[in-house]
Design a protein around this ligand. Structure first.
Ligand SMILES: NC(=O)c1ccc[n+]([C@@H]2O[C@H](COP(=O)([O-])OP(=O)(O)OC[C@H]3O[C@@H](n4cnc5c(N)ncnc54)[C@H](O)[C@@H]3O)[C@@H](O)[C@H]2O)c1
Length: 313
């Protein structure tokens, strides 16, 4: 099958590209390299079933590209991913995440695409009252980023109603693993790993009891691959473990894997930080046959190994 991956030079996208190539698919990446990089696709570039188009998803040329290539599936991961940047510049966030998604769906229509698989975020749930959050929990967007993801989900349903384009929305919890950038605000595993390997101080916001649901990138990629099939059309699934891990425990696990002292500094919680988060993965298991297979200890070990090798380059 020919799959177009938007954001395929990024953290999750490039891991997805590698898996699709291993599975024997033909992969076309559209990425403007604004946060992703060619290095992430160094392995993929060696395959003759792979092509990278350096292109903004908002560019009308995306529609021509899809018309020419007629991919069977589009995995849409390209996005402005920072909640804080979305608050500082909601217009830019909407341009990339809303206009960009409308362009991707127009391209899907013109390119006779069967299905679009969309990367959404737990941010759509706002401050949930039930944890783990069920996949049918109401939307409660509390940032422009969350609003843009909700909007993307609505556009998918609209294009399905208009043109019959199938879709599955995957609500990703805190994804971590090789190739995650420590530059952003959200990739706390990458941030702690980078700091602990380089001997710079680490900071835990709050008293360390805040929880998140960490899911390993290979497992998330497996969710995308499953969603590319016939199952889950018109549905939204959580990809998470359902397990809450405290910031303090996460720090201890990474320090241990990195051979560093487990002595974080503490700072007051940041405005808008949620005290707890985990999502219910059971529907993804029942309907896509998906389950998170990588335990946190193993995933962190792999991530620290990767980061250690990268630092030696
Ligand atoms: N990492 C997480 O924990 C997480 C959690 C929830 C949702 N998500 C979603 O998953 C997707 C991938 O996230 P990631 O963590 O891999 O981020 P990332 O920044 O590594 O990847 C995003 C990719 O999109 C590209 N991109 C950005 N704007 C673009 C544009 N206008 N045109 C073309 N390409 C563009 C970037 O260059 C980058 O390669 C995003 O949609 C994000 O919102 C991620």
């Amino acid at each position: 099958m020919r799959v177009l991956v938007t954001g395929g030079a990024g953290f999750i996208g490039s891991n997805l590209v590698d898996r699709l190539l291993v599975d024997g698919h033909e992969v076309v990446v559209v990425d403007d390299l604004s946060s992703g990089c060619r290095d992430n696709l160094a392995g993929a570039a060696a395959a003759d079933r792979f092509r990278l188009h350096e292109l903004d998803v908002r560019d009308p040329a995306l529609v021509d590209l899809a018309s020419e290539l007629q991919p069977e599936v589009i995995c849409h991961l390209a996005a402005q991913i920072s909640v804080r940047k979305s608050v500082a510049d909601p217009v830019h966030d909407a341009a990339v995440n809303v206009e960009g998604t409308a362009r991707v769906l127009t391209a899907a229509h013109e390119g006779r695409v069967r299905k679009v698989v969309f990367a959404s975020s737990v941010a759509v749930y706002g401050r949930p009252t039930t944890i783990p959050v069920p996949g049918d929990a109401p939307n409660d967007p509390r940032s422009p980023y969350a609003a843009s993801k909700v909007s993307g989900e609505i556009y998918l349903a609209t294009f399905r109603a208009l043109y019959g384009i199938e879709y599955t929305t995957l609500v990703l919890s805190n994804v971590y693993g090789p190739r995650q950038s420590p530059e952003g605000e959200a990739g706390v595993v990458a941030i702690f790993t980078d700091a602990l390997l380089s001997g710079t101080p680490t900071v835990v916001y709050g008293d360390g009891t805040q929880t998140r649901d960490y899911v390993y990138v290979d497992d998330v990629v497996d969710g995308f691959v499953r969603a590319c099939g016939q199952e889950g059309n018109g549905r939204r699934f959580n990809l998470g473990t359902g397990i809450q891990t405290t910031d303090r425990r996460l720090h201890a696990l990474i320090a241990d894997a990195a051979g560093a002292a487990d002595k974080p500094g503490f700072a007051p919680p940041r405005l808008g930080d949620l005290p707890a988060m985990a999502v219910d993965p059971v529907p993804a298991h029942e309907e896509l046959g998906w389950q998170p297979r990588t335990d946190l200890g193993t995933g962190i070990k792999n991530t620290v190994e990767w980061a250690t090798k990268r630092r030696r380059k």
